[in-house]
Design a protein around this ligand. Structure first.
Ligand code: NAD
Ligand code: GLY
Length: 370
């Protein structure tokens, strides 16, 4: 399939995980489609969890699509990465218990990756696991966080350090929701889209280079294809390696550096996608210093990251040790060996744990700051 076959028509993909397989439905106006969610509800009790930015925009539309036979509750949390904490998740558990929700309840996550990650984690633990549905409303959550079942919260010492693998029953992507997304958030989502091209699909990367201004201009066909191709690549990787024993780690390109930036700067100061954009540049530059990427390839990576509206320089306040201290806590590390995702070519990433420490120090020392 190609972009020319993807129009405003609805598309569905499948995340193939045996009896826990689930669909990703993509289309304009899906949110208001009565009955769209019905097949994925576990029982009559439904709790929609969203935040105070998304609620006024989309809560009513989603709620209208649910049958009046259901017992529907709503929980509106504060907005922001800084709220991605265990105490916010506890608010979800409190609301479920106060409402008397049982094991056959369904949680619906309406919002970006912060809501999706927290609601998924709440669902993973509530009464040892209940159903949940992802209704992602940012580009980042539509192309990445809503798919694959990584759920959790941040810890002051590290990003996403507390969590669980817990797959949703379905992912419902209404591409119309992107019309209200601030441009900076769109750019953050584009970082994860570019990531798929860099790690696994050189042809998609070339398409993104050609279509970047259409994407930033919210061209519906371009966005639909970028979302569909990203979800297809993610679904393929998750089906192969659900719990990140191998290939799934490639999805973390730029994340080891990026998570260090997010945690050091204070959650929410840099958007996750912005930190990933700069982190991918750091990974590209290190790959060049290892003799893998040519200078022209590093420049190509820089050009597309900049064209997406993402920062190319690391925070001025971060020294070498600020990076290293956070990076040593990364979940991918094994036996205290730093494990990075690097690029052998554009479109071909590898997991690498043999970076000479001096090379990494030199990169962290000399990488541009702003
Ligand atoms: P976010 O959830 O904070 O959303 C960004 C902002 O956009 C928020 O202010 C939100 O309220 C607002 N918003 C959401 N939808 C909107 C809409 N349609 N119109 C207007 N405003 C809207 O951030 P995000 O970028 O969606 O997600 C980032 C989070 O996702 C991070 O915590 C990151 O760690 C996580 N993540 C998880 C995975 C995973 O596999 N689980 C993958 C990537 C990222
Ligand atoms: N975003 C990384 C993953 O889902 O594995």
């Amino acid at each position: 399939m190609s972009q020319s076959e993807t129009s405003s028509a609805r598309r569905s993909l499948q995340v193939a995980l045996g009896e826990r397989s689930y669909p990703i439905h993509i289309g304009a106006g899906l949110l208001g489609d009565a009955g769209c969610l019905a097949p994925y509800l576990a029982g009559r009790q439904v709790m929609i969890v969203t935040n105070e930015t998304v609620a006024p925009l989309y809560l009513e539309t989603l709620r209208r699509g649910l049958s009046s036979d259901l017992e529907v509750r709503e929980l509106v949390l504060p907005d922001g990465e800084a709220t991605k904490t265990l105490s916010s998740v506890e608010r979800i558990w409190n609301a479920l218990l106060e409402a008397g929700f049982n094991r056959r309840c369904t949680l619906i996550a309406l919002g970006g990756g912060v809501i999706g990650d927290m609601v998924g984690f709440a669902a993973a633990c509530y009464q040892r696991g209940v159903a949940f549905i992802q209704v992602p409303t940012t580009l980042l959550s539509q192309v990445d966080s809503s798919v694959g079942g990584k759920t959790g919260v941040n810890h002051p010492l590290g990003k996403n350090m507390i969590g669980a693998f817990w797959q949703p029953r379905a992912v419902l992507i209404d591409t119309d929701t992107l019309k209200t997304l601030p441009p900076k958030e769109l750019s953050a989502g584009l970082a994860e889209v570019i990531k798929y091209g860099l790690i696994r699909d050189a042809e998609f990367l070339a398409w993104l280079e050609a279509e970047m201004s259409a994407l930033r201009g919210l061209d519906p066909a371009a966005l639909a294809w970028a979302i569909e191709r990203s979800c297809a690549l993610k679904a393929e990787i998750v089906a192969e390696d659900e719990t990140e024993q191998g290939v799934r780690a490639l999805l973390n390109l730029g994340h080891t550096f990026g998570h260090a930036i997010e945690a050091h700067q204070g959650y929410g100061s840099w958007l996750h996608g912005e930190a990933v954009g700069t982190g991918m540049m750091m990974a590209a530059e290190l790959s060049h210093r290892l003799g893998w990427l040519a200078q022209a390839e590093v420049e190509r990576a820089a050009a597309i990251i900049a064209a997406a509206g993402l920062p190319l320089a690391a925070p001025a306040a971060m020294g070498v040790e600020d990076f290293l201290a956070r990076m040593r806590l990364d979940k991918k590390n094994v036996d205290q060996r730093l494990r990075l995702i690097l690029l052998q070519a554009l479109g071909q990433a590898v997991v690498y744990d043999e970076t000479p420490p001096t090379l990494l120090d030199e990169l962290l020392e000399s990488f541009p700051r702003a």
